[in-house]
Design a protein around this ligand. Structure first.
Ligand code: HEM
Length: 212
């Protein structure tokens, strides 16, 4: 599924991701910059998550939620410890835990080793953008899950309004150009968060193919 990065500024045309040293175009908003820089990473992650679990059956959906919980737990802990209050998205692991309990699935261990490096300007903003922005994708997934599960699967996480409200408040911060040092810091953090999710999804996909 292709989602974001419409338009000419989506970057990565020649198959590699934009790096944090790309300063973007003059006047470009931070959001546009972040989306372009991580579009390829998002596509990879989407595919890895489909491979690891998808959500075609109740068991797939439980694996999807387990993966989300494992990946988000260390990120939420990092944000709680290091981000200013207005840049810490509402924790979603309690909602995922609720859904998993309703599916009768035990909580997974948190994923190890989320390495964001030394925090600086833009770091928390970049990490918050990835976590809060994922609520947009979750909305789309929620519709599919409602259809496939006939409205009977629990969706506290996918239907989380608090994260969408946080997302709306974040938009004012990111829908304008940022200073280069802040954009670079945010981009590095966003790339690190996508890499973290990808590592968790790829680990889960491997475990799935071994057990299949
Ligand atoms: C199978 C998994 C996923 C699917 C199908 C998916 C789908 C989508 C879709 C449809 C959008 C665009 C929504 C819109 O523009 O209205 C989107 C945006 C986004 N997603 Fe995902 N997503 C997935 C996983 C993730 C994960 C795990 C993360 C975070 C780690 C994430 C982070 C984001 C971000 C940051 C945006 C863009 C926010 C912005 O527009 O500024 N996505 N996703």
């Amino acid at each position: 599924m292709r989602h974001f990065g419409h338009g000419a500024d989506s970057g990565g045309k020649d198959g590699h991701m934009a790096s944090a040293s790309d300063t973007g175009r003059p006047g470009e908003s931070l959001r546009t910059h972040l989306r372009a820089a991580t579009m390829a990473a998002h596509d990879l992650l989407d595919h890895a998550m489909q491979a690891a679990s998808g959500w075609q059956t109740r068991a797939d959906y439980a694996r999807f939620l387990s993966l989300q919980h494992a990946a988000r737990a260390p990120l939420e802990a990092w944000l709680a410890a290091h981000a200013p209050a207005d840049l810490a998205p509402p924790p979603q692991t309690p909602l995922i835990a609720l859904d998993l309990a309703r599916l009768g699935t035990p909580l997974p261990a948190p994923a190890p080793l989320f390495t964001i490096g030394r925090a600086g300007p833009g770091t928390a903003l970049g990490a918050a953008w990835v976590l809060a922005g994922s609520a947009l994708g979750n909305k789309a997934i929620a519709k599919q899950v409602a259809r496939i599960g006939g409205g009977t699967w629990p969706t506290a996480f996918l239907g989380d309004d608090a994260t969408l409200a946080f997302w709306q408040s974040l938009r004012a911060r990111i829908e304008r150009p940022a200073a280069v040092f802040e954009a670079d810091g945010a981009t590095r953090a966003a790339e690190a968060v996508f890499a973290h999710f990808l590592a968790v999804a790829e680990g889960a996909a491997e475990a799935e193919s071994v057990s299949a």
